[in-house]
Design a protein around this ligand. Structure first.
Ligand code: ZN
Ligand code: ZN
Length: 413
């Protein structure tokens, strides 16, 4: 029987000792029998997602954990976000994040950068805009959640070094996009196209029936699209090309779905996976077990602890950790233990005291046949630091895994 592997990531699960928790971290204080079983039977360590002290984003950290050096492959979140909302992205495409916004129809002064946080009907607005062609460049546009959307330009001779059309504040005019370096012909072309796109988006949206209805209800019309954050879609070899493994991703947020799609992994949507504290962890566990049947490798990310971290809520973070522990329990009882390697870690720390990602290392345990068990018997930031793995980086994980799966080629003779 072929060996398989699953990486379980508690997003932002790692934390700092908290006074209000008696000097413990949320992981340390949580009830986590399954995590501790893994720690007891496995090999523990701490992991710097990128490098010691570097504050990782979820996207760069997941690239590193999957063995792709973000310093070589990451060109901004635009390409992954576009892929995450279901836009087809190819190497060399110029990708933007966008907002539906409200501008004054005569002055183009931004009145609401989020068009009243519009929720309904943005797919109709996006459909009306999608499919333009300007100067021979194909334009793909799709809505994301609320007022957000993605834009992809595909064509010859395009650059990404342009300023944002989005002025990032209200009460000022929409920016005319320009190349950052005036001598950069490729970025000048992109700037012209984006300006024309913004103008046409206004012409199409101004009189769109949905906006007429919004106006009659006293709501701000979503009458323009404001692109920002231009980036070139990178060439990244697929996961299967890289490792010869069939890989699947079960992740809750669009950005990480985009990373999975970009690596041509099977991105599996799970009903009940909300990306929030109320997520159905048992549904995620069942989907992971199912995915392990048809794949060699599964990456599973649960967002809840990161949400609690950003909100500065230690007790909710403890609950999120306990949720992941229950999920692990279901996974542990459903796998074939002799042919499955489990990795449990976090993609970065999101300390409740920081309310954002920090550069602190995260605990990691590797469990399964062939692993050198160490003395650690509880999962946590400090207990794992005494484990046999020592201190590793995100980029080391796939090397360790492919070694345990016995699929790695020898380096040298
Ligand atoms: Zn994250
Ligand atoms: Zn976060």
């Amino acid at each position: 029987m072929e060996k398989k592997a699953i990486i379980v990531i508690g997003d932002g699960m790692s934390d700092r000792p908290l006074k209000e928790l008696g000097g413990f971290t949320p992981i340390e204080i949580a009830r986590k029998p399954h995590m501790s079983q893994l720690a007891k039977e496995g090999e523990c360590g701490i992991m710097d997602p990128i490098a010691p002290g570097i504050r990782a984003g979820s996207d760069t950290s997941h690239l590193a954990i999957l063995g792709y050096d973000p310093y070589a492959y990451y060109t901004g979140r635009g390409a992954f976000e576009a892929a995450g909302i279901g836009l087809d992205v190819e190497k060399g495409d110029i990708c933007f994040r966008c907002n539906f916004a409200t501008v004054d129809e005569n002055t183009f002064i931004v009145k609401d950068r989020r068009a009243g946080r519009i929720r309904e009907g943005t797919h109709l607005l996006a459909q009306a805009i999608n499919g333009m062609e300007i100067e021979g460049v194909k334009i793909f546009f799709k809505e994301s959640v609320e007022h957000r959307a993605g834009l992809v330009l595909r064509g010859e001779g395009l650059g990404h070094r342009v300023i944002d059309a989005d002025p990032h504040q209200e009460g000022v005019k929409v920016h005319t996009v320009e190349a950052i370096d005036p001598s950069d012909i490729a970025s000048q072309k992109t700037a012209r196209i984006v300006n024309e796109f913004v103008k046409r988006s206004f012409e199409i949206l101004r009189d769109h029936p949905l906006n007429k209805e919004r106006k009659s209800q006293g709501l701000p019309p979503a009458n323009i699209v404001l692109p920002r954050g231009a980036g070139t879609a990178p060439h990244i070899p697929s996961f299967e090309e890289r490792y010869g493994l069939k890989g699947a991703c079960i992740v809750e947020v669009g950005l990480l779905k985009g990373v999975g799609r970009y690596l041509k992994m099977d991105v599996i949507d799970v009903e009940g996976a909300t990306g929030s504290l109320d997520t159905d962890e048992q549904a995620i566990a069942r989907a992971s077990l199912e995915a392990l049947k048809n794949n060699d490798f599964v990456l599973c990310n649960v967002k809840a602890p990161d949400v609690a971290g950003h909100d500065g809520e230690p007790y909710k973070k403890i609950e999120a950790v306990e949720k992941i522990d229950r999920m692990l329990g279901t996974i542990l009882s459903g796998i074939a233990p002799h042919n499955t390697i489990i990795v449990l870690t976090a993609d970065h720390s999101t300390p409740v005291i920081v309310k954002d990602h920090s550069g602190d290392p995260v605990p990691i345990v590797i469990w399964g046949e062939g692993v050198r068990t160490d003395e650690v018997n509880s999962y946590g930031e400090r207990s794992c630091a005494r484990g046999g793995l020592g201190r590793i980086r995100g980029l080391d994980i796939m090397n360790i895994l492919t070694n345990l799966l016995s699929i790695q080629e020898k380096f040298g003779a």
